[in-house]
Design a protein around this ligand. Structure first.
Ligand code: C5P
Length: 406
């Protein structure tokens, strides 16, 4: 993926043990297509060498405001003018205090002060001991930095290099990468509250057996991630899957179709968009046995009877919020053939304004997919791509339709 293609990022390292994570972060940014110019403070040089950072960024590292390599001797101006963002990771408590006061006694702080504030955003990833993080001085500085327009990322929690445990760890490189991608994403769903269902449901036969559907949940999780990137407040109702929760997304785990319906009913009152990607089991055993059903030696299989599960999407689409236009509903259709005809039929049957078709067996468990969007205006094909790419395109299509509606 090249989510940061064309972006030029100045990666500033300040003194802290989390400098070891900055190496991996630099690599991840480059892998996503960004060009990275590393600038280090003297203290950062105590934790990691410029050689490592040069090798990973493929550019010489800057650390001095007197760097003779710049013909005009103004590294702070030249480097900051080229940047799409300055990312300070790790940002020490001391460096944040410095930024706050507009001090400029080394290249990195000088550059932050000299950057065109409306064109070059300042992203700050704090990293420090938990007491330093909790100190009112640091918290005051974070609040003031935000008020001054800097984007301060959250900190992680857990074991710290000093042996203590608590808040103040720098986010992991992959988490920071995601945050940077989110930062640059177009906020087409800002102000929207998106509810997504994902994964299969599991319908118990007895305490050790059940029936389920083939669904990895990857498409729904990608949609939740893309909606959050686009600025929405996202709740994800997930059936039993083993996928990490996308950052910034609220997740509710459920098991059966009826659990999922209950969670959706409780959440949908607050939602403005509902995207149903879950592969909900159509039927469940009429009476789940309380104890494991044993073989009785007769060679006879137990007779199971099934009842139909509620259609969660159709129920929501018929509800008052959807009918009044306060809630925009999107359904999915996983088909094995005749995608267009089946998707059109499902659009009408479910009573939703947008139905997204895909060929089920071609996408189950895969990282890529191809989608066919069907609405009253016609069809739009989203050709085969990664699920996150498709999710972003789908989010843009939903945002476009919401824009037309208002
Ligand atoms: O009827 P079918 O299962 O093919 O419909 C698929 C769409 O309906 C998907 O959006 C799915 O999440 C939703 N659905 C639902 N509750 C069901 C069955 C399907 O929300 N019981």
């Amino acid at each position: 993926m090249n989510d940061l293609a064309g972006k030029h990022i100045v990666l500033g390292l300040t003194g802290g043990i989390a400098c070891y994570k900055a190496a991996e972060l630099c690599r991840a940014l480059v892998k996503e297509g960004a060009t990275v110019q590393v600038v280090m403070t003297e203290a950062a040089g105590q934790f990691i060498t410029p050689v490592t950072m040069q090798a990973l960024s493929n550019r010489p590292v800057y650390h001095s405001q007197w760097d003779p390599r710049e013909t005009n001797n103004m590294a702070h101006i030249n480097l900051s003018r080229e940047a799409d963002a300055i990312l300070i990771a790790p940002a020490s408590a001391d460096f944040m205090a410095k930024l706050l006061h507009g001090r400029a006694d080394d290249l990195l702080s000088l550059m932050c002060l000299a950057r065109p504030i409306d064109q070059v955003p300042l992203l700050v990833a704090p990293a420090m001991n938990r007491e330093m993080w909790a100190n009112p001085a640091t918290q005051r500085n974070v609040a003031q930095l935000q008020a001054d327009g800097a984007h301060v990322f959250a900190v992680g929690s857990g074991d710290q290099a000093c042996g203590e445990t608590g808040d103040g760890r720098m986010l992991e490189p992959q988490e920071l990468l995601e945050e940077v991608i989110v930062f640059f994403a177009r906020k087409s769903l800002r102000g929207q509250r998106v509810l997504v269902t994902a994964g299969p449901t599991y319908e118990a036969i007895d305490p050790v057996r059940g029936i389920t559907n083939l669904s990895s949940g990857k498409m729904g999780f990608a949609i939740a991630r893309a909606a959050r990137e686009a600025g929405a407040d996202v709740t994800l109702v997930a059936g039993p899957v083993h996928l990490p929760t996308p950052r910034g997304v609220r997740r509710l785990d459920v098991r059966s179709a009826r659990d999922m319906q209950q969670a959706v009913d409780a959440e949908v009152m607050n939602a403005t968009v509902f995207v149903a990607t879950a592969a909900v089991a159509d039927w469940r055993p009429a009476n789940a046995a309380e104890q494991k059903i044993k073989k009785d030696g007769s060679g006879q299989a137990p007779a199971l009877t099934f009842v139909e599960n509620p259609d969660i999407l159709a129920g929501v689409a018929q509800g008052a919020r959807a009918k009044s236009g306060a809630l925009y509903c999107v359904g999915f259709a996983a088909e094995s053939h005749d995608l267009l005809a089946n998707a059109q039929a499902k659009l009408a049957r479910k009573g939703v304004p947008l139905l997204v078709g895909n060929i089920g067996p071609a996408t189950f468990g895969q990282d890529d997919n191809a989608l066919l969007l069907v609405d009253a205006q016609g069809t739009t094909e989203l050709p085969r791509a990664s699920k996150i790419d498709l999710a972003r395109q789908l989010v843009a299509e939903i945002a476009r339709r919401l824009g037309k509606k208002t």
